[in-house]
Design a protein around this ligand. Structure first.
Ligand SMILES: [Zn+2]
Length: 105
């Protein structure tokens, strides 16, 4: 058992959640872009919101995958800039944190 087994599991769970949401967003987007609809303006607004959400999700998916790679590589929990150990509390708040608080600020 590695020391980050629990984190790894949490990251996988999150990845599955994000993947499912991403699919739903894509479905909604297709629905909204249906050409015969009457409420075009409203749709355009919704489209933007959905795309923003989707970008955020995609960012988190990327970060989460990177964190999983770092767990396997043995570099998870170490600051990418100064090499210090990232405080546990920070990792609990942001599971995919790559930098310690000093370097991130
Ligand atoms: Zn640092």
């Amino acid at each position: 058992m590695g020391q980050y087994d629990e984190v790894r599991e949490a990251l996988w769970t999150r990845l599955a959640e994000l993947g499912a949401r991403e699919e739903k967003v894509q479905r909604d987007l297709r629905k909204l872009s249906h050409p015969d609809s009457e409420e075009r303006a409203q749709e355009a607004e919704n489209d933007e919101v959905l795309e923003d959400l989707s970008d955020l999700d995609r960012h988190e998916i990327g970060e989460t995958q990177q964190a999983l790679v770092r767990i396997d590589a043995g570099t998870y929990g170490l600051c990418e800039r100064c090499g210090d150990r990232i405080p546990k509390r920070r990792l609990q708040a942001v599971r995919f944190a790559r930098e310690c608080l000093d370097c991130a600020s």
